[in-house]
Design a protein around this ligand. Structure first.
Ligand code: ZN
Length: 382
């Protein structure tokens, strides 16, 4: 029996959602008793935390080591111009309490690592992924699976974003799809490649929606469903993702039983056996593809292994300097449609086929290159 002892002010504050049959007094109480940890108070964490506080989530943990920078303000809406130079958690806490003094905001001015995460997440029901790097994201995924906490993943870059929800025991985790963090440097950061500010808002709010649904126990969560959003085309795509029994964390015989700390630079040394399997959660989340094994293929992950797989498909035994020149060019420019004529030219020079380039860069410039070269549209091209 839930005790519905709301104050008059609370009834008034939450009246627009209490009136919803899916929420009601009992649902509001669940939200009020919810404990949510938000990793980062940046582009995703800001909108997620703001709305969760507005909805009345009782305890919101925010963890961020950074200080507010002018370049953050285009999307990190918890911070204002006068906050520049302040610790982000202080700035965030102030805004969240100002919005809803009912919320208990617990701030951690530190980096989330394999060393501290267990201790921190034990007090929360749900963890929201607003991390700006893969090392933190993987540590969080593993820790949440091990501690049986719901983990709502989100990622944005450029005009594309994606999100999905990990409920341990019920669906896949990040490692079911992507075994290891991508090699350092293979995926550009928002600082390098840019991000549309409002896109972070869209994805962050989908994450917040998932949190509320989970707390309420209503609706269908994005479990086993990766939702990819393309802001330019204004399209959402859903990709089914299967739980992998061989997953090193949530599989039948997990090989990762202790948290692994990824040094971001060490990731550069990482060599992947099944290159294609790791091509996910990267830049153009909107155009994710799945290979025969049920793995999603994304064009953003372009490393030596992928290059060799590509060469094999092309029937090239040894990649020479000229091939590498093309590969490196593609890696650096595949997001830019305006380079299509150059790619078409490089392909002609080296004998690479646009078909294979398209397979590896489905949302990249190959489509445009085909047009420039007067070739038919590649198979599966939308
Ligand atoms: Zn898994």
């Amino acid at each position: 029996m839930v005790c519905l002892d709301f104050t008059e002010e609370q009834i008034n504050r939450y009246s627009r959602q209490i009136v919803l049959p899916e929420v009601g007094g009992t649902g509001q109480k669940r939200i009020n008793e919810g404990r949510v940890l938000i990793i980062g108070t940046g582009g995703l964490g800001s909108p997620a935390a703001f709305y969760l506080a507005a909805a009345g989530v009782g305890t919101i943990g925010i963890i961020d080591y950074d200080v507010v920078d002018l370049s953050n303000l285009q999307r990190q809406i918890l911070h204002t111009t006068k906050d520049i130079g302040r610790p982000k958690v202080d700035s965030a806490k102030e805004k969240l309490i100002a919005l809803n003094p009912d919320c208990n905001i617990v701030s951690y001015r530190e980096r989330l690592t394999a060393r501290n995460i267990k201790e921190i997440i034990k007090d929360y029901d749900v963890v929201v992924d607003g991390a700006d790097n893969f090392a933190t994201r993987f540590v969080a995924n593993d820790a949440c699976v091990m501690a049986n906490k719901v983990f709502v993943h989100g990622g944005v870059l450029g005009f594309a974003g994606q999100t999905f929800t990990i409920v341990p025991g019920k669906g896949p985790c990040l490692r079911c799809i992507l075994r290891e963090p991508p090699p350092y440097g293979s995926v550009p950061t928002c600082a390098q490649a840019g991000v549309l500010g409002v896109l972070a808002g869209t994805i962050g709010l989908i994450q917040a929606t998932e949190v509320l649904k989970y707390l309420l126990g209503k609706g269908d969560l994005l479990v086993g469903r990766l939702l990819a959003y393309d802001a330019l085309e204004m399209k959402f795509r859903e990709v089914r993702v299967k739980k992998d029994p061989a997953c090193p964390v949530c599989g039948d015989n997990p090989s990762i039983t202790e948290l692994v700390e990824y040094d971001l630079t060490a990731c550069a040394e990482y060599k992947n056996g099944g290159a294609v399997k790791m091509c996910v959660f990267t830049v153009n989340g909107l155009e994710v593809e799945i290979d025969e094994d049920g793995f999603i293929i994304d064009p953003g992950c372009w490393n030596e292994d992928v290059a060799r797989a590509f060469a094999e498909a092309e029937g090239i035994k040894e990649l020479n300097d000229e091939h590498w020149r093309v590969i490196n060019y593609l890696r650096d420019h595949y997001q830019q449609f305006q380079v299509a004529p150059m790619i078409s030219k490089l392909c002609k020079e080296t004998g690479f086929s646009l078909k294979h380039i398209y397979e590896l860069f489905p949302s990249g410039p190959a489509k445009g290159a085909c047009k420039v070269a007067g070739l038919p549209k590649p198979r599966g091209c939308v």
